[in-house]
Ligand binder design. Structure first.
Ligand SMILES: C[S@@+](CC[C@H](N)C(=O)[O-])C[C@H]1O[C@@H](n2cnc3c(N)ncnc32)[C@H](O)[C@@H]1O
Length: 223
């Protein structure tokens, strides 16, 4: 679980795969990635192999050219939220971070202590009731069970203001191991998002080395 096929692994992902051998699987209390306890256990045991350690370069490039610093931005499944650190440095003022894992939220609250531009919620994305201008997608969609993808699309539309956008990355590959991460394809995503979003979905040209050729950059505007 939570490891990627070898060509996609970063160093930390590789370490995580090593720590994710059979005995760990047997010790694991929870195996359902729709549960809070599944994710909190990963955070508590430091099985965070998805963590690249800095803001995704493609997302950083997009927001470095984005002029409306007052835009309300939601980052669901934010993890260590390096994108939020980047946004703060760029002058963005309305950033909301959401993660379901209390341990992740504890880390975030320390990291962003005293920063009035960043709000941190320990919550399930599917229960968020507010509206935002932008939703940043960075390895959250691939973390939820594929059976919940339609619900993700609907919820993303629900939490976005009129003409709001999802901006970020989706994997354009299938993983050998059982997810998360759960892979997918451009064709599948187009069919999923098309009813509710106008779609820009292009091969990512700024992927980190282990993910080159496996990511799509997305800018999906609510219809
Ligand atoms: C694969 S990690 C990605 C973290 C971060 N976006 C990154 O790229 O480093 C997925 C994150 O989503 C969180 N998560 C999983 N299901 C969630 C849900 N339903 N609502 C909010 N957060 C969730 C997990 O706790 C975890 O931190």
């Amino acid at each position: 679980m939570l490891s990627m096929v070898v060509p996609l692994m970063t160093l930390s992902e590789s370490k995580m795969q090593n720590s994710n051998t059979e005995p760990d699987e047997k010790n694991s209390q929870v195996s359902d990635p729709s549960k809070q306890s599944f994710w909190n256990e990963r955070w508590e045991t430091k099985q965070t192999g998805w963590d690249i350690g800095y803001a995704s370069p493609a997302i950083a490039e997009y927001f470095s050219k984005f002029s409306d610093k007052e835009a309300t931005i939601l980052i669901p499944g934010c993890g260590n939220a390096y994108e939020a650190e980047f946004l703060v440095n760029e002058g963005f003022k309305n950033i909301t971070l959401v993660d379901i894992a209390p341990k992740a939220v504890e880390i975030l609250k320390n990291k962003f202590a005293g920063n009035t531009n960043v709000r941190i919620l320990c919550a399930d994305f599917f229960t968020i009731e507010e509206k935002f201008d932008i939703l940043i997608e960075q390895t959250f969609f691939c973390a939820i069970p594929p059976g919940k993808r339609k619900a993700y699309v609907q919820k993303a539309a629900d939490v976005l203001n009129s003409e709001g956008k999802i901006v970020g990355l989706l994997f354009d590959t299938m993983f050998e191991k059982e997810g998360p991460p759960f892979g997918g394809s451009k064709n599948e995503y187009e069919q999923l998002f098309n009813p509710l979003f106008n779609i820009v979905m292009i091969p990512c040209t700024k992927s980190i080395t282990p993910r080159v050729g496996t990511e799509l950059f997305i800018e999906l505007q609510k219809k």
